[in-house]
Design a binder for this molecule. Sequence first.
Ligand code: SF4
Ligand code: SF4
Length: 137
Amino acid sequence: MRIEIIDPDRCVGCEICMLACVRRQGFAGLAKSKIAVHSSGGMEKGFTVLVCRACSDPPCAAVCPTNALEVRKDGGVNLISEKCIGCKNCVEACTVNSIFWDNEANKPNICIYCGFCAMNCPHHVLYFNKEWGKENV
Ligand code: SF4
Ligand code: SF4
């Protein structure tokens, strides 16, 4: 499974994907979002969507000193929260800048590949690929 950004040009920066992610976890606000939308310089220059790409050989897991990020067979990682010591090595290592920090928990916001962001994007920027990586499971 993974979230694919199929047409970034269609993003209007509404942040509904972020809200959907946070609501899915039972929170309000945006601080616990596992997906981010950055302005590239206003409506004219568009927006960049950052989300875990479910790497098959994830560098975040490789640098974690406590093995708190467990590599999934179908791509990406699971956070084993109790093992995380909050060092932020994973944030630094992510090659697509898609590990965000939960200041309250002092732990990374790791995508759980639920697909809510993609399902709620009104502009069809995102696609929830349920089949991706299944051959490895
Ligand atoms: S797949 Fe789920 S956890 Fe991951 S960014 Fe989208 S809504 Fe959040
Ligand atoms: S912040 Fe937590 S999950 Fe990330 S590398 Fe450090 S111990 Fe591992």
